[in-house]
Design a protein around this ligand. Sequence first.
Ligand code: FES
Length: 251
Amino acid sequence: MAYPVPGTREPFLATRRQDAWWVVPLAMATTFIVFIAYASWAAFQPVEYSKFGPYISPFFSPDLTRFIPGFTWSPALLILWVPAGFRLTCYYGRKAYYRSVALSPSACAVGKGDRDYKGERALPWVLNNLHRYFLYLVTVLVIFHWIHFFDAFRFNDGWGMGLGNIVVAADTIFLTLYVFSCHSLRHLVGGKIDCYSCAAAGVTRHKIWTGVSSLNNLHNVYFWCSLFTVGFADVYVRLCAMGVWSDVRFF
Ligand code: FES
């Protein structure tokens, strides 16, 4: 049967495409599922495996339990909802999981069946409009990542550098690039302005908007790099703390 048949919807996953269009959505869905399963598991592991020397797993940093006396659950539970909400409401993230997980549609020119896209006007998708507020919260998290980046050079025997510092640096840098290439941030700094030369601080705002716009071109790349590096930072610290891996100390 040839698709599309005029006046009908293409059946679910029906397509005339001959290329391996399914590879990217399959790889994305697998990555999402593995990451969410791992992060959920890691959040409930003993807290002593979240630290090794000066390194702290990004899933557990900052430790907010000190501000909540009597909180005996995992400190990760106080943190993880922020980056999780930020990623789930991310404009690129939505495209990625609408295609790969919801299969709606899974790729260009691939049928999605009878399911209609009704916009982000009702629960649960209307919650995606909270993205800007998650941006504010995650910006605070970026500051803590940089504080930890510098603290991670302070070993028990003085200043030094190990392989873990490179792991921490990769996580911190890619998280920063991901957050500062955000579409909402781009709108926030310059999206509402029609005339920069007429607006207050217009020249400065135009410079910031140009910088965010240029980062924004690679937002999808930063999304994935940041996801991999934050996950690997937790794996690295955890396996070092468990004695499975040894941190290589350069000096
Ligand atoms: S649009 Fe992706 S983080 Fe804001």
